[in-house]
Design a protein around this ligand. Structure first.
Ligand SMILES: [Zn+2]
Length: 317
């Protein structure tokens, strides 16, 4: 096997029979130390896992996207709202808030379309695509001023080019990351930007795989991964600073002070969750999220650790 990012042939087996997202599915975790990327064997990526996740309303985590769909239209500044809910939307908010001119934007992996809707409030022209036919149908029903398409980015044939291409929490799900970046680059106008967000491998030391379990996440990416991808595509790369991010998130603080264990499988074969958060820990979390406290905890965490758990990647053509 070779590294799916840089094609290095000297790769290491980091974890044998690591638990998968669905119980009893095991994966070998590999690492390339040349581009600091962790990955599973791309031929082991089975898309059926998404049917199991989305067909069961009790699946933890992914149900929040439906909540955003319901809530987003009630928000005055929906992009600010999303960024406040989750750090993965912050790179887009941080980038776009000072841009005055109208942009042609492409969102890849738009899901239910609420991020595109949030961007449309800034008067940009937006095309949004997703592989899921159901998600696109629901998005079309909710948001009228956006062009939604049920299409694979790698199969897009049209000649239109964009000022900005965005994809939040998408790249880590892909089998072929280099082809994705290459395609994005060809769809970009000269001096255009690509903004991505993904879990940050650099945040963790000595962990085999501290991100959604495989095959949901197929790769675990670092800054070095993106320096490599940028270089191979003649793009420039910068990373979003989360120093001023005070959204509803205390995970950075908790991860510094609470020892994190290796994760266990999330779902049974029928899609039911294996482990449900105890009510008491949910209440404690809500207390810690109370704004002045959350602000303080993030300040402390920033002093102790420079990296954040999310990478915001800005690629420029
Ligand atoms: Zn590599």
């Amino acid at each position: 096997m070779i590294c799916p990012i840089c094609e290095n042939t000297k790769i290491y087996l980091k974890g044998k029979d690591f638990p998968g997202f669905i119980e009893n599915n095991k994966f070998d975790i590999f690492e390339c130390d040349k581009c600091n990327t962790s990955f599973i064997d791309p031929t082991k990526i089975d898309k059926k896992v998404y049917d199991i996740i989305y067909n069961n309303k009790k699946s933890p985590g992914y149900d929040r996207y439906l909540n955003y769909l319901e809530r987003i239209k009630k928000e005055k500044n929906p992009l600010k709202f999303l960024a406040n809910q989750e750090p993965s939307y912050f790179p887009i908010y941080d980038f776009i808030k000072n841009i005055k001119k109208e942009l042609d934007i492409l969102e890849i992996g738009c899901g239910y379309g609420y991020t595109s809707y949030a961007l449309s409030k800034f008067k940009h022209n937006i095309t949004a695509i997703d592989l899921s036919k159901n998600a696109i149908e629901l998005a079309k029903k909710h948001f009228k001023n956006i062009k939604f398409l049920n299409v694979d980015i790698l199969k897009i044939k049209h000649q239109k080019k964009y000022d900005l291409i965005i994809a939040t929490e998408l790249i880590e799900h892909l089998e072929d990351v280099p082809s994705f970046i290459k395609k994005c680059s060809t769809l970009l106008k000269n001096k255009g930007y690509i903004i991505l967000s993904t879990p940050n491998k650099d945040f963790w030391k000595n962990k085999i795989w501290q991100t959604d379990l495989p095959p949901v996440h197929a790769t675990w990416l670092s800054k070095k991964t993106f320096y490599t991808l940028a270089k191979n595509n003649n793009l420039r790369v910068k990373f979003t600073s989360f120093n001023q991010y005070y959204g509803r998130e205390i995970d950075k603080f908790l991860s510094i002070f609470i020892k994190t264990k290796n994760p266990n499988s999330i779902l049974k074969n029928n899609g039911d969750p294996i482990y449900i958060n105890k009510k008491s820990s949910k209440i404690l979390k809500e207390i810690l999220l109370f704004f002045p406290l959350r602000f303080l905890l993030k300040k402390i965490a920033n002093l102790i650790k420079k990296e954040d758990q999310i990478l915001g990647i800005i690629l420029k053509k």
